[in-house]
Write a protein that binds this ligand. Structure first.
Ligand SMILES: Cc1cc2nc3c(=O)[nH]c(=O)nc-3n(C[C@H](O)[C@H](O)[C@H](O)COP(=O)(O)O)c2cc1C
Length: 176
């Protein structure tokens, strides 16, 4: 299975998962900005093409190009990986994975989630400000639930909950 992994990462978690996947699949790996420069004949050489991006407000960032291209790749094995700060057992993840691809796309693309973390040191200023406001809103919320209080506390500092094992279902799917 000749595989290509295309990724976008701001603080490094998605890059790390993409490199792990490329290693496990002996795949080629490209940043999205470089993939966009390639022509159709380049992609024709791959049996599987994966896009990995990070999630922002429950959306898969910069996924538009991949979804547009993938309508011509239906004969290949296709997957998107969404890397986020939420733990994999967060009940919102199923809904998010359903929302990032349409019913039509689901016929030929599989969506996966990998837990990453937060890295405020590497985050750009706009993202840091958004997160600061979000945490402040949650902390000041009257009648906040226990879950919201815990979330506000958890995401107010950097943490890393990534692990290569979260790629197991992706590898199984690509090798099936
Ligand atoms: C503005 C903003 C919004 C985010 N929204 C979500 C979210 O809805 N769900 C989630 O699990 N993580 C969310 N995150 C966390 C990132 O997805 C997480 O830090 C991810 O690991 C970043 O990947 P990267 O290191 O490849 O950039 C958000 C982060 C930022 C900065």
């Amino acid at each position: 299975m000749k595989t290509l992994v295309i990724y976008t990462s701001q603080t490094g978690f998605t890059k790390k998962y993409s490199e792990w996947l490329a290693e496990r699949m002996s795949a080629d790996i490209l940043e999205l900005k470089d993939a966009k420069k390639k022509d159709d004949s380049f992609f024709a050489g791959y049996d599987a093409i994966v896009y990995a991006g990070w999630c922002m407000a429950e959306k898969l960032v910069k996924s538009g190009w991949y979804f547009k291209m993938s309508s011509a790749w239906k004969e290949k094995r296709l997957a998107v990986i969404c890397v986020g700060g939420s733990p994999i057992d967060n009940p919102r993840i199923d809904g998010m994975l359903k929302n990032i691809i349409s019913d039509e796309q689901r016929k030929y693309i599989r969506a996966f989630y990998c837990q990453g973390g937060f890295n405020y040191e590497k985050m750009n200023l706009p993202s840091r400000l958004v997160m600061k406001m979000f945490v402040k809103t949650l902390k000041n919320k009257k009648n906040a639930t226990e879950e919201e209080k815990q979330m506000a506390e958890g995401i107010s500092h950097s943490y890393d909950i990534s692990d290569i094992k979260y790629l197991d279902p992706v590898v199984d799917y690509l090798n099936a």
